[in-house]
Write a protein that binds this ligand. Structure first.
Ligand code: BDR
Ligand code: CA
Length: 311
C-alpha cells in the first residue's frame, strides 16, 4: 500500500477524503496532521480525531500543526462549513488523544525515517504545515514521493476572492514555497472539483447504508450543499478534497496536463491566484500535473463503494 500523510483542516469534504482513505487498502495512512484553515486549529485537530473514531480508527495518530499562516492572519470559512467546521453531524467528543508531537515534526521525522521516495503528502487545507516542514528541514523535500493537493482554480476562477481558491489564498506564501519545492505535484483545482458534485440519488444511497459512516457522509453533504446552492445555484455539494485520495486509488478517473503553475503573491485583486500556464505560453518549467476533468460517475461509484466498507 502507498504510504500517505493527510494534512487537513476538516471540513466536511476533508472528512469524506479521510474516510475514503481509511476505507482503501491501496493506501496506508501514516498519520493525520491538522492545520488551521476552514476553522481554527483547535477545531480542525478535534474534528480530525472525531472522524477517525467514526471510522473506527482511534489507533491512528493525529497531530496538531500550525495555527496560523506563515506570514498572514488566518482567514476561515465558517460561512461554508459552519461554526464547528464539521456542521451537519454531531459526533461525540473523541476519547482518542491528540499526539504531543507537533505536526511539522511528525512530517519531518516520518520523511527522514521512511525510505526516500515512499511517502506521499496529501494536503487538503492551506499549505502551512508542509511549507514549514520544508523550511525547517529542506533536505526532506527530495525524499517526498509526491504531493497530491487540493487547491487553486483557473478556468473556474476563485471561491474566496474572484481570483483565488481558499486553500491557496489562506497561505499564499506557503503555497508558493511548495510549488517551488521541486517535489512532483498533483493539483486538484476547482476546475476539477466543481465537477465532483454530489447527486441526490447518491446522497440517498449513502444515507441508506447500514453503517454509521454512510449516513454521516449524507448529512455532511446536505449541510455543505446549502452554501453552493445559495451561492452558485448548483445542485449538490462539490467534494473537493476526496479528489486527491480518489486520484491515488484510481488515477484514470482524472484528466489533466503537466504545466507550470505560479502563485500570485502581489496583485491588487489577485493575491493567491494560481497562475496556470495551461497553454504553455511561457517557457517556465512544468512543476505540476494540473487536473482539469474527472469522470464524475466513476468517482462517486468509487467513494460510495468504499464508504460502504466502513463501520
Ligand atoms: C477547499 O477549501 C475548503 O473549504 C475545502 O475543504 C477545500 O479544501 C475548497 O476551496
Ligand atoms: Ca479542506
Amino acid at each position: 500500500a502507498r504510504k500517505i500523510i493527510i494534512d487537513t483542516d476538516p471540513g466536511q469534504d476533508d472528512a469524506v477524503a479521510i474516510l475514503l482513505a481509511l476505507a482503501s487498502p491501496e493506501l496506508q495512512v501514516l498519520g493525520i496532521t491538522a492545520v488551521a484553515g476552514n476553522v481554527p486549529l483547535a477545531l480542525t485537530q478535534l474534528n480530525a480525531r472525531k472522524i477517525c473514531e467514526l471510522a473506527g480508527r482511534s489507533d491512528l495518530p493525529v497531530f496538531a500543526g500550525c495555527d496560523a499562516p506563515l506570514a498572514r492572519k488566518l482567514v476561515t470559512a465558517e460561512h461554508v462549513h459552519g461554526k464547528t467546521g464539521l456542521d451537519g453531524v454531531s459526533l461525540p467528543e473523541p476519547a482518542m488523544p491528540l499526539q504531543d508531537q507537533h505536526a511539522v515534526d511528525f512530517i519531518i521525522e516520518t520523511l527522514r525515517r521512511e525510505p526516500a521516495g515512499t511517502v506521499t503528502l496529501v494536503p487538503i487545507g492551506p499549505l502551512t504545515n508542509i511549507a514549514e516542514a520544508f523550511r525547517r528541514a529542506p533536505e526532506i523535500a527530495e525524499r517526498v514521493q509526491e504531493i497530491v493537493l487540493m487547491g487553486g482554480a483557473y478556468f473556474e476562477v476563485g471561491n474566496i476572492t474572484p481570483a483565488a481558491e481558499f486553500n491557496i489564498y489562506v497561505d499564499p506564501e506557503a503555497a508558493a514555497e511548495v510549488f517551488a519545492s521541486g517535489v512532483p505535484l498533483v493539483v486538484m483545482p476547482l476546475d476539477v472539483t466543481h465537477e465532483a458534485m454530489t447527486s441526490a440519488p447518491w446522497v440517498e444511497a449513502m444515507r441508506a447504508l447500514p453503517n454509521r459512516c454512510g449516513p454521516a457522509v449524507a448529512s455532511w453533504t446536505d449541510f455543505f450543499e446549502r452554501f453552493d446552492k445559495e451561492k452558485y445555484g448548483s445542485k449538490g455539494a462539490p467534494l473537493h478534497d476526496p479528489c486527491t485520495i480518489a486520484w491515488l486509488i484510481q488515477p484514470k478517473l482524472f484528466e489533466g496536463r503537466r504545466i507550470n503553475v505560479e502563485i500570485e503573491l502581489g496583485g491588487t485583486f489577485t493575491l493567491g491566484m494560481t497562475v496556470a500556464d495551461y497553454w504553455h505560453v511561457t517557457d517556465r518549467a512544468e512543476n505540476a500535473l494540473y487536473m482539469r476533468h474527472v469522470d464524475r460517475h466513476g468517482l462517486f461509484d468509487l467513494i460510495g463503494e468504499r464508504i460502504a466498507r466502513l463501520p
